[in-house]
Design a protein around this ligand. Structure first.
Ligand SMILES: *Cc1c(COP(=O)(O)O)cnc(C)c1O
Length: 393
């Protein structure tokens, strides 16, 4: 597998497992839990790390390796490891790289399950944390202590689409010799390459835009070789390996990631602009709208705005549920990053248990709707939203 021969779009299509003697064009599925050896000597050498041969699918598998090689090429990373879900990728990046007594500095606007890991489980293993407001990057450096090991952020954040300057965080991380870990799920490497901006580790939920069709779960961590080695050592023993089947699906999906993200972003921008002056909406949030509070940073570090648009219904919480009930085409579902457009109302679902003040801290308001803009004709997406807005008053 050549890696750096071509541009990223080409690598997403062309990086491929070596052809078998069948001369297939598309990579076959390697549904095998283990691999064989011709001799005791070959087996000994493989177990001693003297060959690149596979041993067991919990450690490595050709389908999984193909997927990881592509993500490394797209992110500009030295190495990577693929996991069963985005959460196991995030979890492994914490567990492998931090020890009891270490301290994590994280933005508070992060995915719900990541928040649970940080606040509920890390303290159990003696890892402390401090949260900062993602809109106040100037407060980050003051939180760093002698035992701080990692800075963690999600940009744009889910669901609030808040954005933070990755170059600035990388400077702080390098100055204090700590790891900058970025969840790049919303942007994908098509729109944002955190490693070029100075991040050391990038995590992904491949379940979202990478799959792009709502079929399989997957996650991946890529980054600096020495850090990935720790993550690999942790994962090969603890077992959050990606299934070869899911890797096969995801590697195929990456072939279309560039054209899909271009279309998702184009439709999302058109939708955001069309909704900006709607009388039922108090604000629309999208990275590439000039009204986005961090628009200048978005333009600096992202090549397009991605497929998520958020807006606030003037009628608040009740309008949110009426809006969802009035949709005819958009799907009500927990996923995002699908070819089918999806609407969600965090205040009555994922974040229903939080108070208004707690929701505000993670960038969510009572009438906030999150749209994952799909690949349907954008006029049909817009029309469905417009009629639902009329009916949600
Ligand atoms: C969905 C998501 C995750 C978790 O990924 P799973 O594949 O569902 O485990 C992590 N981070 C972000 C930003 C997500 O949107």
């Amino acid at each position: 597998m050549e890696k750096d021969q071509y541009r990223p779009e080409t690598n997403a299509v062309r990086i491929q497992t070596e052809k078998t003697w069948q001369m297939e064009h598309s990579t076959p599925l390697f549904l095998t839990s283990s691999f064989t050896y011709d001799s005791a000597e070959e087996m000994r050498a493989t177990f001693a790390d003297e060959t690149d041969n596979n041993i067991y699918t919990r450690f490595s598998n050709p389908n999984v390796d193909e997927f990881v090689s592509k993500v490394c090429a797209l992110e500009g990373a030295e190495a990577g490891y693929a996991t069963a879900s985005g959460m196991s990728a995030v979890f492994a990046s914490f567990m492998a790289l931090m020890n009891a007594g270490d301290h994590l500095v994280s933005a508070s606007s992060i995915f719900g399950s990541t928040h649970t890991i940080i606040t509920k489980f890390l303290p159990k293993w003696g890892i402390e944390y401090s949260y900062f407001d993602i809109n106040k990057p100037e407060t980050v450096e003051a939180l760093i202590k002698p035992n701080t090991k990692m800075i963690f952020v999600e940009t744009p954040s889910n669901p609030g689409l808040e954005i933070i300057d990755l170059r600035l965080l990388a400077e702080i991380a390098d100055k204090h010799n700590i790891i900058l870990n970025v969840d790049n799920c919303f942007a994908t490497p098509v729109l944002q390459r955190p490693i070029e901006l100075g991040a050391h580790i990038v995590t992904h939920s491949a379940t979202k835009w990478m799959d792009g069709q709502g079929r399989v779960l997957g996650g991946v961590v890529v980054g600096r070789k020495d850090l990935i080695k720790e993550i690999h050592t942790f994962c090969r023993s603890t077992g959050p390996a990606m299934s070869p089947f899911n890797a096969w699906v995801l590697s195929k999906s990456l072939e279309t990631l560039y054209i899909r993200m271009a279309r998702h972003s184009e439709s999302a921008l058109a939708l955001a602009k069309a909704l900006e002056n709607n009388p039922h909406i108090s604000w629309v949030k999208y990275p590439m709208l000039e009204s986005h509070p961090q628009h200048a940073i978005a333009k600096q570090q992202m090549s397009a705005g991605g497929g998520i648009v958020c807006f606030e219904l003037k009628g608040g919480l009740q309008s949110g549920t009426r809006f969802l009930d009035s949709l005819k085409m958009l799907t009500l579902t927990a996923n995002l990053g699908d070819s089918r457009s999806i609407a969600s109302h965090p205040a009555s679902t994922t974040h229903a248990k939080l108070t208004d003040a707690e929701r505000a801290k993670v960038g969510i308001t009572a009438g906030m709707i999150r749209i994952s803009v799909g690949l349907e004709n954008v006029q049909d997406i817009l029309n469905d939203i417009l009629q639902a807005l009329e009916n949600s008053k």
